[in-house]
Design a binder for this molecule. Structure first.
Ligand SMILES: Nc1ncnc2c1ncn2[C@@H]1O[C@H](COP(=O)(O)OP(=O)(O)OP(=O)(O)O)[C@@H](O)[C@H]1O
Length: 338
């Protein structure tokens, strides 16, 4: 569990998940999460994020590979892992006739050493809704109730499946603050998200999944640094691209010309920008609409998804078809809650 001085509380090795019918949703992934960090699993729709998180939560047995949470197998050693983890599923499935406070009390009854329900409701900003029936809550308020219930056992490891889906901008910010505060208090958080901004703001490290595999992993800065930066500008009147310094000498990988607008892509932003600006200064011309920027996580994400699809297409139907044998049987959310 120790590597480079870090304690890994989640370790995933060559993990596979296959559904009934032979569909391989998770195709051999590896990652680890250190104690006290927020790790985000990002991915396109159907990439395999939820399928992976469910294996970490011990809701199903892997078709292959290995998962360890706090040093235990979460499926076969559920009793050792479950009391130390908190789980916020995508669909909570609460009885809708109960009030918020009744729901929290009922849930607390299932958790050994639960925190006072009022305390967790206050943490997620639902104290004013304690007497309201669950069916009268908005979608965002239900997500907050989901989170409150996941916090009842004061977990060491928190699994959050799309924690801010359905929240408005303010609710999302509040959730980020709360999750950051939990991390600062020592909780390890693994979350899935569609929101790149969420991963950029919150995650210490992340993995981008695509069609059952991890296409990129690292800190948000490492993942974006691996993608080319962009320089855009308008060619000065009377100049052509051929008048610029040789683009390969500027470290420009490729370029596009759209009317007078030029877009350069480079993995060496400083060299390209300096070369271009020195050229403009020496030529005595102004580069209108000049825009110099590093790749955002969104660009990295789109680039990685595109690259991964292209690789699958060239690898042929065997690679793209995600069928295999040995399907698992996952517990339903209700079984999990019991
Ligand atoms: N019970 C199931 N039986 C068969 N296939 C399933 C089952 N659950 C999920 N899948 C398939 O497995 C793949 C991965 O699904 P999963 O829900 O893990 O993706 P995800 O990355 O969480 O997607 P999203 O972002 O849309 O929630 C999808 O193609 C999905 O259709």
């Amino acid at each position: 569990m120790q590597s480079n001085g870090h304690e890994h509380v989640i370790e995933v090795t060559d993990l596979r998940r296959v559904y009934g019918g032979g569909f391989e949703a998770v195709r051999g992934i590896d990652f680890s999460v250190r104690r006290g960090e927020i790790f985000a699993l990002l991915g396109t729709n159907g990439a395999g994020k939820t399928s992976t998180v469910e294996l970490l939560e011990g809701l199903a047995a892997p078709a292959g590979g290995r998962v360890r949470v706090l040093g235990h197998d979460p499926y076969t050693e559920r009793a050792a892992v479950r009391p130390r983890t908190g789980v916020m599923l995508q669909e909570g499935g609460f009885p809708s006739e109960l009030t918020v406070a009744e729901t929290a009390r009922m849930w607390a009854g299932c958790v050994s050493g639960a925190r006072p329900p009022a305390e967790v409701l206050a943490l997620v900003g639902l104290e004013a809704k304690a007497g309201v029936r669950v069916k009268q809550l908005s979608g965002g308020q239900r997500r907050r109730l989901d989170l409150a219930l996941a916090l009842l056992g004061d977990p060491e490891v928190l699994f959050l499946d799309e924690p801010s889906t359905g929240l408005d901008a303010e609710g999302r910010r509040d959730t980020w603050e709360l999750v950051s505060a939990l991390r600062d208090g020592g909780t390890t958080v693994l979350l899935t998200t569609h929101y790149l901004e969420e991963a950029e703001n919150l995650a210490d490290r992340l993995a981008i999944m695509h069609e059952g595999r991890i296409a990129a992993t690292g800190t948000p800065a490492e993942v974006t640094a691996a993608q080319p930066s962009r320089i855009t500008f308008e060619l000065p009147e009377g100049y052509f691209v051929g008048d610029l310094p040789p683009l390969d000498e500027l470290g420009v990988g490729d370029h596009e010309v759209d009317g007078r607008l030029v877009r350069l892509r480079t993995r060496d932003l400083q060299r390209a920008a300096t070369g271009l600006l020195v050229w403009a200064a020496q030529a005595g011309v102004e580069l209108r609409r000049l825009d110099v920027r590093s790749a955002s996580l969104e660009e990295a994400f789109l680039g990685i998804a595109k690259e991964a699809s292209a690789k699958d297409a060239t690898a042929g139907p065997g690679a793209a078809g995600r069928a295999s044998a040995g399907a698992d049987e996952a517990m339903t959310n209700k079984e999990h809650a019991a």
